[in-house]
Design a protein around this ligand. Structure first.
Ligand SMILES: Cc1ncc(COP(=O)(O)O)c(C=O)c1O
Length: 412
């Protein structure tokens, strides 16, 4: 059974202060998990996690992660701004973008962030708009399918990201001529993968490619960025990735490939979002309507504008009806929001306890790519974000949007 990180009594107190819907984050869980991740990779002297800001772009959350020793991975101008405001500097910032506007590169260079280039043509583009730094990273796309034990995990061949292998070799040579002294190599080849083998298989591929690049170009590769992609068990039947087994698998590949190639000084970087924040956030909402036509519906005060994943990916998010955790799940519901879109459903044909109007409904695992993907369709407003602190107190870390916010950019 999946458990919420707040209990019924606690949540009843919290909703007295903050009207539903809102996203709630668990500081204790975030910190414990962050420490486990660091421990799993402590064998690597230069290990650093660059939290993917796009997953949970909130300064208070970023501050917590900074205190835990993490850097940030930014993909846009405003993510760079937020990171700068929180106090991240220089090589604490990774800039992994694609189809990058020139203003973004200029800003990343101003902050002295590490730039991770998405394409060979970006070498000249960056050189023209902001100059080439002495340390740079390139994103690799090997094409084809990404397999783990012969199972297809994803299809990089269809992905718009990265350099091909020949482009990497050519690109590294050009960059050396342009004065680059230290290189990084990056790849993100499968998303939301809970298999413990994901990072080790990816690491092996990147380590082998690095050895080849060093041989072909003489480049000094100082870091390898395994990016994001470690998944979380959204469904109660799934198992959490064992981060210690993941770390051990990467270490084995490191010792097998990089150490004999004289590359034992390589630092391992990660850009995890979902694994770092996903389970430590939830969407708190209330049942405000029920409807019985050809199916039985429960309507919430939250909608896909607050959590888009079920609507766009058909993603499973577990639901707990608070206070009814131990009641039998003998009612079948579609749990919906109020958008004029029939895919605005948090759950379809879900067996749940009988839901009454006013019940508090918790939608699990919204800590990453949850609030962040929110939007204003149907004039719906983005919700608040609340932090449940380690000491049990709560803090409003983003207020809910108001109609004034919605109208702020309009000429009337
Ligand atoms: C470049 C890059 N790095 C890291 C991440 C984080 O991925 P995840 O949250 O799946 O770990 C993403 C997500 O889209 C990404 O695009």
């Amino acid at each position: 059974m999946k458990k919420t990180f707040v209990n019924y009594e606690q949540l009843n107190e919290i909703v007295k202060k903050y009207p539903t819907p809102f996203h709630l984050y668990d500081e204790k869980g975030i910190r414990q998990n962050a420490r486990a991740l660091k421990k799993a990779f402590e064998w690597n002297k230069g290990f650093k996690e660059y939290f993917a800001v796009k997953a949970t772009p909130n300064p208070t959350i970023l501050k917590i992660l900074k205190e835990e020793g993490f850097g940030v991975d930014c993909s846009s101008y405003t993510e760079l701004m937020m990171s700068e405001k929180v106090g991240f500097k220089g090589d604490e910032i990774m800039f992994s973008s694609n189809v990058t506007p020139k203003e973004d590169f200029i800003y990343a260079r101003k902050l002295d962030a590490i730039i991770n280039l998405d394409d060979i043509t970006h070498i000249d583009f960056l050189d023209k708009v902001a100059g080439i730094p002495e340390t740079i990273s390139c994103r690799y796309n090997p094409g084809g399918e990404f397999l783990i034990n012969n199972a297809i995990m994803d299809t990089p061949g269809d992905a718009k990201y990265g350099f091909t292998k020949p482009q990497l070799i050519e690109g590294f040579k050009i960059l050396i001529k342009k004065g680059v002294k230290e290189f990084g190599l990056h790849a993100f080849l499968a998303s939301n993968t809970i298999a413990n083998e994901y990072y080790p298989v990816l690491a092996k591929k990147l380590f082998e490619t690095s050895v080849e690049l060093k041989k072909e170009t003489g480049a000094h590769i100082t870091f390898i960025n395994l990016s994001g992609g470690i998944g979380i068990p959204y469904h109660p039947d799934q198992q959490k990735a064992d981060i210690f087994s993941v770390g051990k698998g990467v270490k084995e590949a490191f010792e097998e490939i990089l150490v004999p190639a004289g590359m034992s000084d390589v630092s391992i970087y990660t850009e995890l979002g979902r694994f770092v924040l996903g389970p430590y956030g939830c969407l708190v909402s209330r049942a405000i309507h029920e409807k019985h036509i050809h199916k039985d519906y429960i309507g919430l005060d939250a909608c896909a504008a607050n959590l888009m994943r079920p609507a766009i990916y058909g993603a499973y998010h577990h639901i707990t009806v608070m206070g009814k955790e131990n009641e039998p799940c003998d009612y079948k519901y579609d749990v919906t929001g109020g958008l004029c879109e029939n895919n605005d459903k948090f759950a379809i044909d879900r067996m749940l306890p009988k839901i009454d109007i006013g019940d508090l409904i918790v939608i699990h695992d919204t800590g990453a790519h949850g609030f962040a993907m929110g939007y204003n369709y149907n004039g719906k407003l983005r919700s608040a974000e609340v932090l449940l602190k380690e000491n049990g107190e709560t803090q409003l870390i983003r207020r809910a949007e108001t109609p004034e916010d919605y109208f702020a950019t309009l000429e009337i």
